[in-house]
Design a protein around this ligand. Sequence first.
Ligand SMILES: N[C@@H](CCC(=O)N[C@@H](CS)C(=O)NCC(=O)O)C(=O)O
Length: 202
Amino acid sequence: MTLKLYYVPRTRSSRTRWLMEELGVPYELVRLDPKKGENKTAEYLSINPLGHVPSLVDGDFKLFESSAICLYLAERFPEKKLLAPSGTAERARSYQWLFFAMTELEGSLHLIGTQTHLPVEQRNAKLLEDATKKLQSGVQLLEAELADKPYLMGADFTVADVVMGGVLNWARMLGQLEGLAKVGEYVERLKSRPAFKRATAD
Ligand SMILES: N[C@@H](CCC(=O)N[C@@H](CS)C(=O)NCC(=O)O)C(=O)O
């Protein structure tokens, strides 16, 4: 049964496509065009009731939320070694970085992105300042964490890097990684991976 990934280029669905490419397993990419309302059809809403991307369909199983999809796929193909065995400290550490990326960083990034796309007079300066401070303390923490290792879990690339890389690439586009040498090198290391390049070619 082929895995089906519902996808829109340059969105949070890119990280799930990147993981698929890292796994190197067969999958069907279903590209949706939000301008044509393809993410709001009754058929798609039965998979993801908010009409968001990404979503994954695996046989009768439907799943949304990008990081949940990444974890599910990493666990479904254990031979690819992108996630430590269940019940280990390494597994817990992967969860730490995944949740950190999604809650401490991505929430603030979303606010920064939304605010900076507004005309200046409509921005909420306090909201923008608070979100920027929160994001900056998170990325400073990563700068120290990445001082002596190439990937979050150490020498080996894992699913935590896919989720973190997706979030940090967005942070970089919003100009939030200035002056962070180690984080900058980390993002470049991730972006140079052939699977990342294949997943973001469009
Ligand atoms: N927390 C969700 C966020 C999903 C989300 O908001 N996706 C956006 C694209 S980045 C989307 O589908 N927007 C379309 C819409 O709101 O209609 C995840 O990580 O999967």
